[in-house]
Design a protein. Structure first.
Length: 194
């Protein structure tokens, strides 16, 4: 997969606080950060946990703050992947506020199918908006798992998205940006362990 490129054509290696210069070292540091965030947030998760914009920003900062100065903040560059341009950076604050109003302020449904549908819509919307410079997919996957766990359900089996099914996943994200959540919701059922 191609690395995200900003409109300024930054190099593949993002400037980082650890001074790492190779992709494998950065990948490991990112993996360790998301693993730590997953453990901390899962241990802190209660029925009173509310998923809000500050929670998302803190999640991102917890995962990548040791590596990137931009962790926990909306991206300030325009990015694209595989010829698809994500929403412009200047619209992110308004887009994320709308995302919070439309999706995060609603109580999570108790019905397992309705819950999977909500998680699918939230996941697709967040990935379409792509608010961060790096770590959007991992943040969105962690959020989906936390939402499910809070309601007493098992985590999604993200490993089921392989190289062959990845284009379907990307298409589902793009459809989410058009308000069509059915493709992502269908994927949630495939990823569900039940």
């Amino acid at each position: 997969m191609d690395k995200y490129q900003s409109s300024a054509h930054e190099s593949e290696i993002l400037p980082n606080l650890l001074g790492l210069t190779d992709a494998s070292s950065i990948g490991l540091a990112e993996f360790e950060g998301f693993l730590r965030a997953d453990i901390v947030l899962t241990e802190a998760l209660t029925s009173a946990t509310t998923f809000t914009l500050p929670y998302l920003l803190a999640m991102h900062r917890l995962a990548l703050g040791h590596l990137y100065a931009f962790a926990g903040r909306y991206r300030e560059v325009n990015i694209s992947k595989g010829g698809f341009a994500f929403p412009a950076a200047r619209f992110l604050p308004a887009s994320m506020q709308q995302f919070e109003r439309d999706w995060l302020h609603q109580a999570l449904p108790a019905d397992p199918n309705a819950l999977l549908d909500r998680v699918g819509a939230v996941h697709g919307e967040l990935l379409f908006i792509h608010p961060f410079r790096e770590g959007n997919g991992r943040t969105a996957r962690l959020l989906a798992n936390l939402m499910l766990e809070q309601q007493g359900h098992e985590r999604l089996r993200w490993e089921r998205i392989d190289e062959a099914s990845f284009p379907r996943y990307v298409a589902a994200v793009q459809q989410s940006g058009l308000g069509n959540y059915a493709p992502m919701q269908a994927l949630m059922r495939i990823l569900s362990p039940g």
